[in-house]
Design a protein. Structure first.
Length: 149
């Protein structure tokens, strides 16, 4: 067996030794989790599909949002009812250790100027356990031409 074949066989054996459903961890894996969660929760407004990404608890730091997984479920139900055409476009994704930050252009209606949002998620073992955000309306005019995104 040559070196390349041996290396491939070793990698395959290591992968096979992982328990079924073992979660990937690390910044890149955390990005994937948060991006899938955000798409399912905020764009598709499908709480059940998004909920698989929660850890055993969910700590919410937004002062006007209810805490916990049930609070997030209520938020998605309200959003689906009041803003069924809402859409979020992720402009940037940054991961550092157990934190993932998103820079988002959020619109409740397609014709809205929208909101500039920074969402920060903390993950444990590949599951979302904590959330912070900063939300700023996009003004009609700005003091510069740089844009917000």
């Amino acid at each position: 067996m040559d070196r390349r074949s041996f290396g491939l066989a070793l990698a395959a054996a290591a992968a096979a030794a992982l328990p079924a459903g073992a979660a990937e961890t690390g910044p890149e894996a955390n990005k994937k989790v948060v991006l899938d969660f955000y798409e399912k929760a905020l764009n598709q407004m499908d709480f059940d599909a998004a909920a698989r990404h929660f850890g055993p608890r969910y700590i919410q730091h937004n002062p006007v949002a209810p805490d916990g997984i049930d609070g997030f479920k209520a938020f998605i139900a309200m959003r689906k009812e009041r803003f069924p055409r809402a859409h979020n476009e992720i402009k940037r994704v940054i991961a550092d250790g157990d934190l993932v930050a998103l820079h988002v252009h959020s619109k409740r209606e397609p014709t809205d100027r929208g909101l500039a949002i920074v969402d920060i998620f903390r993950l444990e073992a590949g599951k979302i356990v904590e959330h912070w955000d900063v939300i700023q309306p996009i003004p009609e005019t700005a003091a510069h031409t740089n844009g917000m995104f």
